[in-house]
Ligand binder design. Structure first.
Ligand code: EPZ
Length: 420
């Protein structure tokens, strides 16, 4: 397994980096192409392992997936195997997104339950209940979900008891082909949902309520292949800005939508960074600034994203005083605390709330990435830890950060990949 070697930076991160397309938007849209019969196109797709995994899932189902540079073309005319196998779904939870489209278009399918992940549990009960509200018959046996319906799904009403990105994705896609209208209450409003609504609309879906928690969908008999550009990755953008804050540098992220990272920019401003934005860029300047502690609570969009909880924690380990981070989305998404403590951080976890006694010097060590975003937190912590830090299992990071070493090099950081 590849590892990273990073050393304490001799100068803060500084410069500009262009943000890639949002993997979590692409994953939903790739599944949505199954709703049509033909060749759909997605542009601004990042070269990431998750895209390959989803492509492999679609290929198992019978699609032809190809593309060059940052464009994907998905031909669904060969779909002949209505099943997504465990060996693929267990590697990437979003593979579960094929459930809604397959049952909506073909009337039946068999999809493996996702496995666990670094933190958990991560249930899919709302995906299943939402599809049942559209008339699907769901059985779960031998680790697989079997979904079926007579001829067509029927429009229905479903209220999500908690805001769930994945469940909204699955049920929304299924509703586009259901007979009659559907209303989804308390739907997720993350930018990736808006991006999916836009792509489905391009395919001919009839969806009202974009950007609100109530989506009304008028089912149609069929959808045509879609075409669309992927939105920027708001989590990647926040990650590089966290690098500016922790190293007391100045970083500008371009090709972003500042409205997608409002709560994140507020965080950097709250701790004392200078934050500036333009129509498609954002900049954090922490040069020469005395940052101060703060409290952060993760929430569904537009609140502070759980995906940036670990990078924010890394930043706060360098800020004098006691900071508090509560993760209300995933109460146990804290496996990075033990690794940050190996670097000398002083963090105490009580339930879903971490107390960070910041400002203590960090020293390099061997640490292990536990998930995609924790791996980023360990890298940026390594930039300010005395000596060398080795981060193991960085395959997690390769799932979500395109050209990571090159982008960090543009900002003045030498991230060395140790093969093997
Ligand atoms: C999506 O996961 C993202 N993944 C996650 O990013 C992100 O952390 C998460 O949303 C929250 O923003 C993708 O988009 C591929 P949820 P998802 O359903 O859809 C509960 C990354 O690294 N819940 O919004 O699985 C759940 O337990 C990943 O890119 C149910 O109870 O998250 C959680 O508390 C990590 N029942 C809350 O909802 C369900 O059926 C939010 O989960 C589904 C979810």
């Amino acid at each position: 397994m590849d590892r990273f070697s990073v050393s304490k930076l001799t100068s803060p991160l500084s410069g500009e980096v262009e943000i890639s397309g949002a993997k979590n938007a692409v994953l939903a849209v790739m599944a949505a192409t199954l709703l049509s019969d033909g060749v759909s196109e997605i542009t601004n797709v990042p070269h990431l392992k998750d895209m390959k995994t989803m492509s492999d899932v679609l290929r198992v189902i019978g699609c032809h997936v190809d593309g060059e540079s940052h464009t994907l073309r998905i031909d669904t005319r060969g779909v002949n195997h209505l099943e997504a196998p465990y060996e693929l779904v267990k590697t990437m939870r979003a593979s579960f997104y094929v459930l809604g489209p397959l049952v909506a278009r073909f009337g039946r399918c068999r999809v493996s339950l996702p496995g666990g992940c670094a933190w958990g549990p991560r249930p899919v009960d709302l995906h299943l209940k939402g599809l049942e509200a559209l008339g699907a018959t769901i059985t779960v046996t031998h680790g697989y979900v079997e979904a079926s319906c007579d001829t067509r799904l029927k429009g229905g009403v479903f209220h999500f008891p908690v805001s769930s990105v994945g469940a909204t994705v699955n049920v929304l896609m299924a509703a586009t082909l259901a007979e009659g209208s559907s209303v989804l209450h308390n739907a997720a409003i993350e930018p990736e949902i808006d991006a999916l609504v836009d792509y489905l609309t391009d395919m001919g879906a009839k969806i009202q309520g974009r950007g609100t928690r109530t989506l009304t969908i008028e089912g149609v008999p069929e959808l045509k292949p879609g075409k669309g550009e992927t939105i920027p990755d708001r989590i990647e953008a926040g990650s590089f800005l966290a690098g500016a804050a922790i190293t007391r540098g100045k970083v500008k992220v371009t090709r972003v939508n500042p409205e997608h990272i409002g709560a994140v920019l507020d965080f950097f401003h709250d701790i004392g960074c200078e934050v500036t934005t333009g129509s498609d860029w954002a900049e954090v300047d922490a040069r020469g600034r005395e940052l101060h502690s703060t409290s952060v609570t993760t929430l569904p969009f537009p609140g502070f994203p759980t995906d940036l909880q670990a990078p924010a924690m890394a930043v706060l380990t360098t800020v004098p005083g006691i900071s508090i981070i509560q993760d209300t989305v995933y109460h146990d998404r804290f496996t990075h605390i033990a690794e940050l403590k190996r670097l000398g951080a002083d963090i105490h976890l009580k339930g879903d709330t971490a107390h960070i006694h910041g400002g203590k010097p960090l020293s390099g060590a061997e640490v292990m990435a536990s998930d995609l975003r924790a791996s980023l937190a360990l890298v940026i912590a390594g930039f300010v830890a005395e000596g060398e830090t080795i981060i193991d299992r960085i395959y997690h990071l390769d799932r979500g950060y395109e050209n990571f070493e090159q982008k960090m090099a543009q900002l003045g950081a030498n991230v060395i990949r140790l093969q093997g």
